[in-house]
Design a protein around this ligand. Structure first.
Ligand SMILES: [Zn+2]
Length: 59
């Protein structure tokens, strides 16, 4: 039985495959728009936009 899981990018709505060994907390990159997605759940597969690290954390 195939274990491939798919998620939907919340940014562009493109579908992407979630590896069977993916774990919650892992960060993926959307193959379509390139945004970073954090896996918040693998059962069911669910992702959210990962917090960007490009912003200046500042003081
Ligand atoms: Zn996307």
């Amino acid at each position: 039985m195939p274990t491939t899981m798919t998620i939907e990018c919340p940014e562009c709505a493109a579908g992407a495959e979630l590896r069977p060994d993916a774990m919650a907390g892992e960060v993926l990159q959307c193959p379509d728009c390139g945004v970073e997605l954090e896996v918040i759940s693998v059962s069911p597969p669910q992702v959210e936009l990962a917090p960007t690290v490009e912003e200046d954390w500042g003081e």
